[in-house]
Design a protein around this ligand. Sequence first.
Ligand code: HEL
Length: 423
Amino acid sequence: MPLPSHRRRLAVSATLIAALAGGVAPATTAVAAPTGAATATTAPAPVPAPDMEGVTAALNAAMANGAPGAMARFSGPDGVRSRTVGVRDRVSGAAMDVRARFRIGSVSKTFSTVVLLQLVQEGKLTLDAPVNEYLPGLLPDDRITVRHLLTHRSGLADYTDDMFNNTVPGFEAVRNRVFGYQELVDLSLALPRTTEPGVAYKYSNTNFVVVGMLIEKATGLPVADAYERRIFKPLKLTRTSYVHPDTRIKGLHVRGYLHPDEAGAPLVDSTEQTVSWAQSAGAVISSPGDLNTFTSALMRGRLLSPAMLETMTTVTPTDTTNTRFYGLGLRRYDLSCGTQIFGHTGTVQGFYTYAFSTRDGRRSLSAVANTSNHGSANTALGGVLEAAFCGKKPAAASSRAAASPTAGELTQLPAERDLPERH
Ligand code: HEL
């Protein structure tokens, strides 16, 4: 029997942090049915208008939980709506600006996955082939496949757990470091593996470092070129870049602030860094408009064939709540109103990001808060998803939600930045 909507919302709220952290979930859980566009026999469900007051409340809640600023941009059939709160620069006092760029952390994994799946479409790689077939001797286990990397089921340990155990010293030790991919893989291989290949979901940045290596091997080009040629240029993502190992974010941008381990210690400006510790697992820079164009275009089939998109959006649970799932470099969240959204979250020093779209690509939302290492700010920011995709709650339900902030048919829609801005 389905849970009443408020119970489902609470379940979503309680699981948000656990889902982001990505605990081990057994592979034996049933694979959730992939969701496609509405069938010819059913009329498309009415689309709720985004609750922009609710979006603003979530942004303010992120600020109340320690973010200097936050913003969100929603693109839907009725146009684009944006909200900003607070500052993008604590020194100059410059206001948060929806045109500004920022570090998207692991949302980069979805970009890397698209490139890799295009290479699979072109016959240059096979999803179920061992990684070692393409990178001989790289991994100590020939059973680890390309698909295991993309689904976080390789069992390769996440070297960043140790790297960032002490937040500020850990970050400062790598802020200007330039790692080779092999060095990062070696850090992982020095740790015990977490699962047998294919057995369980266990989130690990190492998987997407190896994905970067596969892209470079198959294309003979740096990943930066692959992103540029295959995604940034075709989608005209003019505010999206991969500049590793450059430490700067060019143009109008948000400054990021890292929370220290000790309560009360000052925030650390973490804007400039190589992000070399993440590279193809997390070093892309983007903007809210570009992220909406990307997730929407992906879901509309502009980047992958229908069969490959089906593969990418075929998910397994990441926890036991039945609301959080992972496909191939892609998360699926099931919201309290029954809407399923696909995209990714990101945590990189100074920035929390959400970038999601409905399966038909008609509605997309991205949001950022310029802090990190402060889970309550991230959880509060996640409230934008329910507000934007589910719309206004009935009065009784919305007062409960406020006490606990939580996280059709295919038609042609122009790139989201071409649509009129609405408030
Ligand atoms: S972690 C996640 C998120 N992903 C993973 C990746 C990304 N980001 C990282 O691995 C960075 C982790 C350290 C960040 C740092 C902070 O918060 O600034 N934390 C510490 O230093 C902790 N002591 C699964 C949450 C994702 O949503 O996919 O992005």
